[in-house]
Write a protein of this length. Sequence first.
Length: 704
Amino acid sequence: MPNWAFGSCEALTSINLPNTITSLGDRCFQGCTLLSNIDISEVDTLGIATFYNTPALTQLTLNSSLVDIPDNCFEACGITSLTLPDSVRTVGVEAFDSSALQTLTLNDGLLSIGNEAFSAMPDLKELVIPGSVTSIGQYLLYESNIEYVTIESGNITTLPNSIFAESPKLIGATVPAGITAVEAYAFYDCLELKYVVFYGSAPTTLHTDSFDNVPDQQAVLAYLESNKTSWEDENYTIPSQVKPHSFSNGTPPGRLLFTSSESEVTITDCLSDTTGDVIVPDTINGKPVTSIGERAFYALHQITGITLPNTITTLSQGAFEYSTKLASINIPSGITAIPDSCFERCESLVSLTLPSGLTSLGDDAFRQCEKLISINLPSGIDTIPDSCFDRCSSLPAITLHSNITTLEYSAFASCDSLQSIDLTHITSLGAEAFYDCINLSSITYPPNITSIPDTCFSYTAITSLELPETVTSIGYQSFLDCPNLSKVTLPSQLTSIGEEAFADCDAIQTLVIPNSVNSIGKEAFSFMDTLKYILFEGNQPSVVSNTFRNTNTSAIVYYHEVNSASWGTTFEGLNTQMISRTDISMDTAPWLMEFGLAPNFDMSTDTSSDGITVFTEYALNLSPLENNVSNMPQLAVTNGKASIEYYAGKAGIFYAVQTSNDLKNWTTSGVTKSSLDADSMQEASVDATDDQCFLRLAVGVPQM
């Protein structure tokens, strides 16, 4: 297609090129300000200013055989994203000047970039110049809004005159080894410049005007410590506008901000637009980097990984807080403390290995690390402080070793995936320690704890509760809204039950309140829809009000005859019934309630139609709800002895074994009983010398 073929056709919006057209002449579509659709994927040759001033053209795909991008070819073009084919070797003068490109990927194989090739581009923020490039023109990014430039290691030896001049938003530039000259005004008027990193020796020529009009001492000129001899030579001059700093490796000074003393360096900040992985250097200016300062990496939402050197011995409060994409970080062996909020809201952190020498964790240290599934607790830790693992919703398990004795407020609250916890070694338990752990179903309680703190286990998935006998008080909302909790055994030394302690525990049908309880808080047993029987083993306790608010109004409060003087016909809105005194009623009442039966249930009844009374099942420790024919004691004959084995551990029950050889005359004579074993089982035996030998077991209450 010839030069100027459609030049200045301002009304042209779309054109279809036949496959036979493989070359476009100079200024072919210059000034086609409404052109938005054209396919040039078959065109392997472009002319000067072919698409100059085509602001409506936002998309193009270049031919894979294209070699040259001529001068002014896409100047003032509306293309927003472009990847140069691997075939391209040259980009001409002002080739993309004033274009709308937001992303531009230069190909490995590109050799030459002309003057002002990317100047005055308002939307391009980053540019990587591949190592294949051997020549860069002057004013390359002049008056552009570029923020970061990386020149990859390769063949370039000179940063030409005004290469980045008057780029007011340029923050950082990375320069490879091999640069021998930085010409005048290279960084002139770069008002936001924070750092320039040189990975090679000091250039032979570093023009004194290179950094003119850069705010004084704002930018860091960073170089590797391995090259410091050339940079710090007494005869070498570094422009006074910049601060020279050496570093050992990793992310350079300037992107990492720091303070230093005579002997060590503290990282205090990191540029907010930092992306990907950050590697903290071992040394800066020859001094070891030993500390990460307060909130140094706070809210850096594009960082995915951080590598800390072994020189680090101190992490400060909030050091990595709210870096929401931080997925990996190493903790050096010299760290002994994780301070307050150090990793709070690091929502992408999956696992963490804490060093063996760690001795303390801070408040909120890992709060809201929502993806954390694995973390170790070194043996030097004795306390899990306030909200340390609060809202670690993916944490499936945690092992509390024997040195951990204290869990403080909200230590593991809202750990949604936590299913079990062993608190055997805990001596101090804080309020809300396991609040809202909605899948926590198995808890081994501390054996010597005396109180259950406020809201400690509310909104959990526990199904049964048997607290240690040492517990004397249950706090406010301790077991609020545990929907699966159906069986509760309260300790015999319990004296107080706090406000709303068991409110909304809908699965509980029976409750036994020990004789020791003298105080019950407001609404302690409210909103319990299935509650049927409540047995108070002692006198009527002191209550605030609404103990059974919105609880099943048909529920009955039972009390023993011996305590009748303190009880009336109703208690907190529920009807009461007295249990007539018998020799064993104090023992049988709570046992009956374990199986959902009323505490004054008629024990002569056969509930399962197996021919066995409830009383016999009580005496032999069998469930009254099951058919127990096969569970009854069985006769065994071994080595000339007949024997039966049976449960004999119920207080107030006599267990008599008799023998007979004719089923008419029964006697206890000759019957030998063993001592009770650890399970309260007993064996009775007799010599079986006759042709017939029978044994029978009788259970009952001794007559007074």
